[in-house]
Write a protein that binds this ligand. Structure first.
Ligand code: HEC
Length: 168
C-alpha cells in the first residue's frame, strides 16, 4: 500500500515538523520564560506578596513596621561588638568610613559622605538602621539583604550604637 513516493513524503514531513519544533519551540517552552522572575536588565521589583525568606521560616516584614522596632532584636548574650565591627568594615566602611564618620574611601570618588555619628542618626530607632541595611537607602544606598543575614544586620546595628558613643 505504501509506495516509495508516500514513504518519501512522510519522512520529509516528519523531518520538517521536528525541525520547526526545534526552531520555534513548544508553547510550554515559552511559558517557562514567561514568569514573574526579573528578566535580564529589568529593574528589580519589590517582593511579591507572600514571599518567604530563603530560610523559609520568617516572613519579611514591611519597611515601616521594621523602622518602628525600638531595640535590637538579638538576644543580648549573642551581641558581639567584634563580629559587628568585622561586618561593618567589610560592608559599610567603604562609604561610611572606618569610624562611621562618613569619611570612607569612596567619598574621594565623588560620593557624598554620610556621617553615622551625627545626633540625627543617633536619634534613629534601632529598627530604622536595621531597615536601612535590609531594604537599602531611601536615596542611593544599596540593600544588604543578600550580603548580611538578619542576625548579622543586628550585629552591625549594635556596632553602630557602640561606635556612636565613642569620641574620635
Ligand atoms: C555605596 C555606599 C554605601 C555603603 C556601602 C553603605 N551605605 Fe549607608 N548610606 C549611603 C548613602 C549614600 C546614604 C544616604 C541616604 C541614602 O542613600 O538613602 C546612607 C545612609 C545610611 C543610613 C541612614 C542614616 C539616616 O539616619 O538617615 C544608615 C543607618 C546607613 N547608611 C547604614 C549603613 C550600613 C549599616 C551599611 C553597611 C551594611 C551601609 N550603610 C553601607 C551609602 C552607603
Amino acid at each position: 500500500m505504501f509506495g516509495k513516493i508516500n514513504v518519501l513524503i512522510l519522512t520529509t514531513l516528519i523531518i520538517f515538523i521536528s525541525a520547526s519544533m526545534q526552531v520555534f519551540g513548544f508553547p510550554w517552552n515559552y511559558d517557562m520564560w514567561k514568569q514573574k522572575s526579573i528578566k535580564p536588565y529589568e529593574m528589580p521589583m519589590s517582593y511579591p506578596k507572600g514571599t518567604v525568606t530563603i530560610d523559609g521560616k520568617t516572613n519579611p516584614i514591611e519597611r515601616e513596621k521594621m523602622e518602628a522596632i525600638t531595640s535590637n532584636q538579638l538576644d543580648s548574650s549573642k551581641l558581639d561588638i567584634k563580629k559587628g565591627k568585622e561586618l561593618f568594615m567589610i560592608n559599610c566602611a567603604v562609604c561610611h568610613g572606618e569610624k562611621a564618620d562618613g569619611n570612607g574611601p569612596i567619598i574621594k570618588k565623588g560620593f557624598y559622605p554620610v556621617n553615622l555619628k551625627t545626633q540625627g542618626v543617633k536619634d534613629r530607632k534601632d529598627g530604622y538602621i536595621f531597615a536601612y541595611i535590609r531594604y537599602g537607602g531611601k536615596v542611593m544606598m544599596p540593600s544588604y539583604r543578600e550580603n548580611l543575614s538578619e542576625e548579622q544586620a543586628w550585629q552591625v546595628v549594635n556596632y553602630i550604637r557602640h561606635i556612636q558613643n565613642q569620641s574620635d
